[in-house]
Write a protein that binds this ligand. Structure first.
Ligand code: WTA
Length: 629
């Protein structure tokens, strides 16, 4: 086929890649661009529904879109029961390695059994359809079992990333009004124990709604168990209540599946709400085509299940596709920087999906570490979380993928639920570009007034039509949902990112245009960091900004105004950094804190972070007309 020659540095897929790929680019784009709704409907037909839909998309109450109207299903049924009825019953669903070298694996049969048993436990504790359950642990199989068990009975899970700390957990328990908390005693991180249960005990003192706490034994260190509230997971799973009766409830396609908190422009983190039906269709379809799942594949998404990447592409997407997923508990360079490469060889991983920050981190140790291992099983690579710099892309492509494995640079968000701008194996690649919108997705780059900008001009990245796995609302705050995403350009979803589109229609995401900071791919809000700082007795006011960082992408820099009576000192700066780590989590620990005498503000008293950032970078701060004298 005569393709138009693309501009810039382009990597065309090899003949082998093209022949092997399930996804035939041309026909998918053609079908989806003619009729996106019909495209999603045809994909939905590959999944099980106990009651069919009467309409695929209901857009009568924009932006509160509904998908698969009137249908009933259960995502957990599609993840497990469907496969247990086939030859996949004996196929591995999950292979797990602990940081300490422990190993566990689950066939589809076993994962189904454990999930049913745990769903029965939850029911016996009074968890009902619609109740919220918070999960707080490291990367262990029980996290997956817990999420799927909630889904089975129609309860709504809210996973809090195990790297978050007291205040972050408390806020999320409180906002979701969770009835049950499932927590691990601790998690292993670089050979040390993160005391998750201890953090939870402190958070629980501040949270009122939690009735039961179920504790998974992982580290086995001494912890406090509160009588009448805390119960061991393994003890409950050994009681007759934990039988493997099916314990399943079919729910409406629009029934909430989970809440996932994420940082937004202002104020507290908000809970993004996803539903059973649309989310299922979106994650199933995108994973199938983008990572081109074949029956014999062993797929590894190295993210954390506590973030959207783990929800969609460690738990739901792979299981919906009947894939074999690999999960690793610990840090990539523990005990040495060989760990990931060793596991790829050991388990014969075919697909590796990770973040630029991890690639940069491992690249730093040189080529000798990966070169000691046989990485020939790899077929496809992936990247997510932030723009990938071309040097990291080329290293990943050459040293890890041996110039054989295309890199799927997937742009998406907690809110979108699934990949939105992404190549497929058949797409010619340009390092640093997510290439084009997935079939069925209409994205564009627009100016202040919502008009498309010219090729190569920077503008706001928007999505112009609804998609099945879109967020449905912000939990308990539908007004914020409308204001934040749909009010700037009515009818268009505002992503909060800036981007440009080149002459070939390839998208290049530049970064956030709001107060979100991406630190090592993790999404944090300036407001969370600032409110943690201000909760320290010495701090009167604080401002946080993100500045470029070689490994982390961005690092947090803070400016702090002290209360009278407090003196600037290195000790105080250290104490403030620790305080943020204790309240929000180690990932939010500021790289740098500067004690200042004043902060630039608008006349109405808002801190102008833009000015702080420009000053730190030594660039022009732009329009200063609103700056207070
Ligand atoms: C950024 C993560 C460039 C972007 C799945 C987005 C990316 C935010 C990419 C969402 C990518 C994610 N290239 N930027 N491939 N993937 N981003 O909600 O700024 O944690 O808005 O979801 O990450 O972060 P979130």
């Amino acid at each position: 086929m005569a393709e138009k020659k693309l501009s810039g540095e382009v990597y065309y897929p090899s003949k082998e890649v093209l022949e092997y790929a399930n996804a035939k680019c041309e026909s998918l784009y053609e079908f989806a661009s003619k009729d996106p709704v019909a495209f999603w409907e045809s994909e939905a037909k590959n999944l099980y529904w106990s009651k069919p839909w009467t309409k695929v998309l209901d857009d009568s109450n924009k932006p509160f879109y509904k998908w698969f109207v009137g249908a009933e299903t259960n995502i957990a049924y599609n993840c497990l029961d469907v496969h247990v009825k086939t030859a996949r019953r004996n196929k591995l669903a999950l292979i797990w390695e602990g940081e300490n070298g422990e190993f566990r694996s689950f066939s589809y049969f076993a994962l189904h059994r454990e999930t049913c048993r745990f769903a029965n436990v939850l029911r016996s504790l009074g968890v009902k359809k619609g109740d919220r359950v918070t999960l707080y642990m490291g990367r262990i199989p029980e996290l997956m079992i817990g999420m799927l068990a909630c889904a089975r009975i129609g309860a709504i899970h809210s996973v809090v990333y195990g790297g978050f700390s007291v205040e972050a957990l408390h806020e999320r328990l409180e906002d979701s009004q969770s009835k049950v908390l499932i927590v691990a005693d601790g998690s292993f991180q670089r050979g040390k124990i993160v005391e998750l249960k201890k953090i939870a005990d402190e958070a629980l003192q501040r949270a009122a709604t939690v009735e039961s706490v179920l504790v998974v034994k992982r580290t086995g260190h001494q912890i406090n168990m509160e009588f009448g509230r805390d119960m061991w997971y393994h003890e409950l799973m050994n009681l007759p209540i934990a039988n493997n009766n099916e314990c399943l409830e079919m729910v409406d396609a629009e029934h909430p599946l989970f809440l996932l908190y994420t940082s937004g422009t202002t104020g507290k983190p908000k809970a993004i709400l996803h539903t059973h039906g649309g989310y299922m269709v979106g994650t199933y379809t995108t994973l199938k085509y983008v990572f081109d799942i074949h029956e014999e594949d062993r797929y590894w998404c190295a993210a954390d299940p506590g973030w959207i990447t783990g929800h969609s592409y460690i738990v739901y997407g792979p299981l919906l596709n009947g894939a074999t997923s690999f999960m690793y508990e610990g840090a990539p360079n523990y005990p040495y920087p060989h760990r990931w490469w060793q596991m790829i060889e050991k388990y014969g991983i075919n697909i590796l999906y990770t973040a630029p920050t991890a690639i940069r981190g491992l690249m730093r140790f040189g080529d000798a570490w990966p070169n000691r291992y046989n990485l020939a099983s790899l077929r496809l690579l992936g990247s997510v979380g932030e723009p990938i710099n071309p040097e990291a892309w080329r290293w990943y492509y050459k040293v890890i993928g041996k110039e054989r494995c295309p890199i799927m640079d997937t742009w998406w968000q907690t809110e979108t639920g699934m990949f939105m701008i992404t190549p497929m194996p058949c797409t010619p690649l340009k390092p640093g570009s997510g290439t084009k919108p997935f079939p069925g997705i209409v994205a564009d780059v627009v100016d202040e007034n919502g008009n498309p900008v010219k090729p190569n001009e920077e503008g706001y990245l928007v999505i112009k039509t609804p998609w099945p796995s879109m967020l449905r609302t912000i939990w308990n705050d539908p007004d914020r949902y409308v204001n934040q995403y749909w009010s700037k350009y009515p009818g268009m979803y505002m992503t909060g990112d800036s981007a440009r589109k080149d002459e070939d229609g390839y998208f290049w995401v530049i970064g956030r245009v709001d107060d979100v900071i991406k630190v090592s791919g993790y999404r944090l809000g300036t407001a969370e960091i600032e409110s943690a700082l201000v909760s320290h007795p010495a701090v009167a006011e604080a401002a946080a900004i993100g500045l470029p960082h070689e490994l982390k992408g961005n690092a947090i820099h803070c400016f702090v105004l002290l209360k009278t009576g407090y003196e600037k000192s290195d000790k105080l700066v250290d104490e403030l950094k620790q305080h943020v780590a204790h309240e929000v989590g180690p990932i939010a620990k500021p790289e740098h804190i500067e004690i200042v005498d004043s902060l630039p503000k608008t006349r109405s008293g808002k801190i102008m972070r833009r000015v702080l950032k420009a000053r730190a970078l030594g660039i022009d701060p732009g329009n200063l007309s609103t700056l207070e004298e």
